[in-house]
Design a binder for this molecule. Structure first.
Ligand SMILES: N[C@@H](Cc1ccccc1)C(=O)O
Length: 466
């Protein structure tokens, strides 16, 4: 296959047989460096042979150009003196910065004599032979090598090396340009004869285009969200900074529960404002009745970075009346030592169903469905414990290559949780950690990679989960 420019070069060579790359570049108006690479391609294809050449060229330096324009300093000195002798100091003024070179060359060339501080010229005007050489160099004419050396030493010219090649045609070719499309016009006019048709390369890969896409973990979260929405759940949100009242008290976690210790949740300065008395009173009552201690309002006003999105569920309980299906996805925060499997902030999905006659079996079946939709086709339940649910289960999912992995917690909310909030129907709740799930499903072995901004790493990630 011959490209358009290769064909042009072969076209030229078919009449001339041998040409220099520089000549081809000039004829065709293709940059010399391109002619070099085209010639090499043609050589590989067996059409031409190449002889590399290196040319030495002389070129005027900036000073050389200046001297060619204004004359050599020693010549200028002679013409300025115009036959009359002057004091050295005067001559210095007349010639300015060129004076020293002018005088030293004039002396060396014996154009002047110095006596008693006077410069006595021997000519009224003089043109050094170098001037003519400078002119020749400027026109690209050759000059003697000894003279070249001298001019180089004076910094008037310099040698530059330029590469060229001699390209000879060694195989006659069909230099018709090749085209990709045969048009009705080409056929009708018979012009098609002047072209060859490019073969279609079915083995060639299409150009690879890097498209923008969502960060893979973001996309994973979006898909989980889609799965929940597809099951008829409404998305709700809460804030990162939460009152302990919602993060713990409403969830029937006693005030001395270890999760409330300073090293188990991030404390935030300040105090929250408790909701209406009725709710606070009810919560106090169940705590005091069942946990048997004196419930402290001040503790429940403390602020934390929420340690579970179940806090959002707790808030929903206080505002929902009637049947409810909601979920929330968001970050939670827990102090920890950061390593490949632990971060101090991660994502949870919490869900809540309030429904008349809702049963534990209903809950298990909806959990199964949720997991199915996010790509975990097999789940198994184990009895578990959470302060806010009874019965409670731990949910295990099966992951190829890994086996059964604990993924979530769930249960029917205790009456101690629902009743103070005024919910008089059964309610199921569950919570699951999304970071670990994403890692397992996408074979990410370091949790920190879920938040990677390494573009190469991100390009390789793909989500084909469900
Ligand atoms: N919030 C619990 C999970 C959970 C949520 C809702 C019901 C039961 C369990 C956790 O973080 O482990």
């Amino acid at each position: 296959m011959i490209s358009e420019n290769e064909a042009k070069i072969l076209g030229l060579l078919s009449s001339k047989k041998v040409l220099k790359a520089s000549e081809i570049s000039e004829y065709l108006g293709i940059p010399l460096s391109s002619v070099f690479s085209l010639a090499n391609l043609l050589k590989e294809k067996g059409y031409v042979s190449i002889k590399e050449e290196e040319n030495k060229l002389l070129e005027l330096t900036d000073e050389g150009k200046l001297r060619l324009k204004n004359g050599l300093p020693e010549d200028v000195l002679i013409s300025k003196l115009n036959g009359s002798s002057v004091k050295i100091s005067e001559a210095k003024e007349i010639l300015g910065k060129d004076f020293n070179i002018a005088l030293s060359w004039a002396k060396r060339k014996n154009l002047v004599q110095i006596s008693n501080d006077m410069i006595i010229p021997k000519y009224t005007s003089y043109t050094s032979p170098e001037f003519e050489y400078l002119r020749k160099v400027s026109l690209g004419e050759k000059i003697d090598t000894v003279i070249t050396k001298e001019l180089e030493r004076r910094g008037l010219v310099r040698e530059i090396r330029s590469k060229d090649m001699e390209i000879s045609l060694i195989k006659d070719v069909d230099v018709r340009q090749s085209i990709t499309f045969l048009t009705p016009e080409l056929i009708a006019s018979g012009d098609w004869k002047n072209y060859t048709l490019k073969e279609y390369n079915v083995a060639a890969f299409p150009p690879f285009i890097q498209l923008g896409k969502l960060h893979f973990f973001r996309e994973f979260l979006e898909r989980v969200k889609d799965a929940m929405v597809s099951l008829g759940f409404e998305e709700v949100r809460g804030n990162f900074v939460e009152m302990e009242f919602y993060n713990f008290d409403m969830l029937f976690q006693a005030q001395d529960h270890p999760a409330r210790e300073i090293h188990d949740s991030f404390q935030v300065e300040g105090k929250g404002k408790l909701p209406k008395d009725e709710l606070v009173k009810n919560v106090r009552e169940v705590h005091e009745k069942w946990w048997r201690y004196e419930w402290n309002q001040d503790i429940s006003k403390r602020l934390v970075l929420r340690s579970q999105t179940t806090a959002v569920t707790a808030r929903q309980l206080t505002i929902r009346r009637g049947e409810t299906k909601v979920f929330t996805i968001g970050k939670v925060f827990r102090p920890d030592a950061i390593d490949a499997t632990h971060l101090i902030e991660f994502h949870q999905l919490d869900g809540l169903i309030i429904e008349k006659d809702f049963s534990f079996v209903d809950l298990l079946s909806i959990l199964k469905e949720i997991f199915f939709r996010i790509g975990i086709k097999e789940v198994k339940f184990k009895p578990g414990y959470f302060p806010f649910t009874e019965p409670s289960v731990e949910i295990y999912g099966y992951i190829n290559g890994l086996g059964w992995v604990e993924m979530a917690g769930s249960g029917l909310l205790r009456p101690e949780v629902t009743e103070p909030a005024g919910v008089n129907m059964p309610a199921g709740a569950w919570g699951l950690g999304l970071d670990r799930l994403a890692m397992l499903m996408m074979s990410v072995n370091d949790i920190r990679n879920l938040y990677s901004d390494d573009i190469e790493y991100l390009r390789e990630r793909r989500i084909d989960l469900w």
